[in-house]
Design a protein around this ligand. Structure first.
Ligand code: CP3
Length: 361
């Protein structure tokens, strides 16, 4: 496909635990409502879903944070709920309430109808991926930064598919887990196959790293996490193409609330683990012991502080990871950036990262 090289591959190098001149950084949800230009493009699209389903506009918003900040990776603009949407559950976003499904999965008959979505039904995602790759080519003919593809984890997708929307305590899926584990197994099995196909197609379309968002893995009981979330993610990691365009396609696994399970997570063979802000990086480094890279983990609420406090907190994160001296750290937030973040706070984060180490070319 694109024969051009990368002008900046520090993110991919850090994922492979290779040395980099400074700590590469990107932010979860870096294209989003905290940016006025995003709000303007969403308005033009009419809705969030229309924005995500129009490759041209998805490309536009993917590039917005890169044009503003010195970020080291782009992330495909899409959503984890595109997969259950393509499975026919009827996705809607209700203002102030978040995502909702018209046809949640509740019984045997609902489960029987589930299948792996056709590549066509998610074609807009793969078209956006390819369009973003083209748009990332800079004036010098090289790709500015690598592009990350992503998916929800089977457990996290099933949380939305079964609850029918956002939830605090997840009573419906947990009832199914303890009363009808056979049914939940079937939901997770088909979702796992769907995610393998989804991420493989994103890689074929040009995604250069992939991330699994296991946003709700942390609500599982200690011994249930392996059985109901991690095991399915392990299957996905094992099944994905490991190389494309002559280069390794690294995988990142992020379980929010998963800081106590790092020893299990590292055994999946994943290239990097995303840490939320409650996890101690020093303890995490000891646990993974150089077997994978680590990504994270500034508390997103730090971006509500003044620039001196932001600098101080960023330095603490870098020191805890011994980054960039010890290779294998990618700076990120411990969860998605808040829609109420002042855009200037992101400049303060990125400046603090580049203090004391040479900035990007
Ligand atoms: O990181 C990026 O810039 C890429 C884009 C991205 C979005 N969603 C865009 C989006 C990514 C990686 C996601 C992942 C996602 N979506 C997750 C996992 C990560 C996490 O935050 O834990 C989850 C749980 C979802 C499901 C989802 N989509 C929720 C709960 C919401 C918020 C609903 C609301 O109104 O607050 C969304 C919508 C969504 N996805 C928005 C964006 C920018 C905001 C929608 C808008 O513009 O109105």
């Amino acid at each position: 496909m694109q024969a051009t090289g990368l002008a900046n591959d520090h993110f991919l190098r850090a994922l492979m635990r290779e040395p980099t001149p400074y700590t590469p950084v990107w932010l979860m949800r870096q294209a989003g409502r905290y940016l006025p230009e995003y709000v303007a493009t969403r308005k033009k699209a009419g809705s969030f879903l229309a924005l995500a389903k129009t490759p041209e506009l998805a490309t536009e918003v993917t590039l917005q944070p890169l044009d503003r900040y010195r970020l080291d990776a782009a992330i495909l603009f899409s959503d984890i709920l595109t997969v259950p949407d393509a499975m026919g559950l009827g996705l809607r976003f209700v203002e102030g309430e978040g995502p909702m499904f018209d046809r949640p999965i509740r019984d045997e008959a609902d489960v029987a109808k589930l299948g792996v979505p056709s590549r066509d039904s998610l074609g807009y995602v793969y078209e956006a991926t390819a369009a973003i790759r083209r748009a990332l080519i800079g004036a010098d003919g090289r790709q500015r930064v690598p592009l990350i593809g992503f998916s929800g984890s089977p457990w996290t997708l099933a949380c939305y598919m079964i609850e029918g929307g956002a939830s605090r305590d997840f009573p419906t899926i947990k009832t199914m887990l303890y009363r009808r584990p056979d049914l939940l197994d079937r939901v997770l099995d088909v979702t796992t196959r769907a995610v393998i196909d989804y991420l493989s197609a994103q890689i074929a379309a040009g995604a250069q790293a992939v991330m699994l968002f296991d946003t709700w893995g942390g609500v599982l009981a200690h011994d249930a996490y392996r059985r109901w979330s991690l095991g399915f993610m392990e299957r996905i990691i094992a099944a994905l193409p490991k190389e494309n365009e002559g280069r390794r396609v690294p995988s990142i696994l992020f379980t929010k609330g998963g800081g106590g399970w790092l020893a299990d997570i590292v055994r999946t063979g994943v290239d990097a683990i995303g840490l939320d802000w409650t996890t101690d990086p020093v303890a995490a480094r000891r646990t993974v012991d150089g077997r994978c890279a680590l990504q994270g983990n500034l508390d997103p609420a730090v971006l509500f502080a003044d620039s001196d406090a932001i600098r101080c907190e960023v330095r603490k994160v870098l020191a805890a990871f011994d980054s960039p001296r010890t290779p294998g750290h990618i700076f990120n937030l411990g969860h998605g950036i808040s829609q109420f973040t002042p855009p200037d706070a992101v400049y303060a984060v990125i400046e603090a990262i580049h203090e004391g180490s040479p900035g990007p070319a």
